[in-house]
Design a protein around this ligand. Sequence first.
Ligand code: ATP
Ligand code: MG
Length: 376
Amino acid sequence: MSENDPKPIIRINGLSKHFGAVAAVDDVSLDIMAGEFFALLGPSGCGKSTLLRMLAGLESPSAGAILIDGEDMSRVPANRRPVNMVFQSYAVFPHMSVLDNVGYGLKVTGVPAAEVRARATEALELVKLDDLGARMPDQLSGGQRQRVALARALVKRPKVLLLDEPLSALDAKLREAMRLELVNLQETVGITFIIVTHDQEEALAMADRIAVMDQGVVRQVAPPAELYEFPASRFVADFIGSVNIFEGRVSEARDGVITIDAPALPRPLVVEQDKQVATGAKAWVAVRPEKIDIVKAGAGPLTETQEEAVNTVPGVVEEITYLGDLSIYHVRIAEGAEGLVKIAEPNFDRATNRPFTWEDAVMLSWTADAGVVLDS
Ligand SMILES: Nc1ncnc2c1ncn2[C@@H]1O[C@H](COP(=O)(O)OP(=O)(O)OP(=O)(O)O)[C@@H](O)[C@H]1O
Ligand SMILES: [Mg+2]
């Protein structure tokens, strides 16, 4: 986000879209800042594409308003909006060279041929395809075709670029490389990017801010680290990354420390957090797997986490998932307790040296500032 221009380029006000009985987008209000890399994230069918299509003018709202750069868009058709869209299926014209593909949108609006050529060349430079302008699309890789689609959208110099799952057709390695390229591209051109994705890792890696959507509603808007560390609800905690959620009731809340009685645990949970909660109220504590320490029960000297830990829970290792860099331990914490607690441990040593295995009794621990209390 550019610090010197923090004004909203897009204001969305009470925006809804109904398809018959389905509220695809349900009363969404949102400001997106100029120069921001903004992500719309949520499960399939939550309304991401519909919201993006309304911004582009490809779908008309059932209610609410969209302002782009201060101008009400309700009477502005798609082709006159200062936005451009890159679709998931980056259709390119097969019978035109890369350069002609990129320049086509300018040519049809009557821009002189010399200028079309200059601007298309410039757009190809931006996506690092300047030496492939003469190629035909069938001579390109998937990643290169996606860049052609990007160049084609950028050539019109929109104020906002809308990207609907732009990387989903690429394989995993290429996706990861293209994430970085998109971020660099956005920094270079300095315009606002709004990307739709259902891939939380992609959103975390790229966006300045993320809006998490669920059934047409925006559940939380925050920068990646805030969303991950301080989710506002179980839905967001669970959707962003992996998480353990313990259900209970608030037994005490004062001086920034909340104590929760969780029936599944032998001792109350202690969370250091400034949050208004009522004693006796239902609450959930979310703890990320990598914030939990695991050691063999009764073994050796304490780790740093354990020394500071106010939350300790005994259990038995039921499953181990080896992921190369990490191992995920699934631990049963009480006879009959629902679900298993997940603990993620980096494999600093070779996993063959791990100090405990299936069926071993272990002790889990985490500090007071590791968890977060949720009230919904
Ligand atoms: N033209 C349409 N007619 C009827 N229902 C529609 C139409 N377009 C979308 N919907 C419905 O609106 C809801 C939201 O759809 P949308 O395409 O916005 O979801 P999405 O979040 O983009 O999902 P995905 O991740 O699968 O692309 C869905 O229930 C979908 O079936
Ligand atoms: Mg979609």
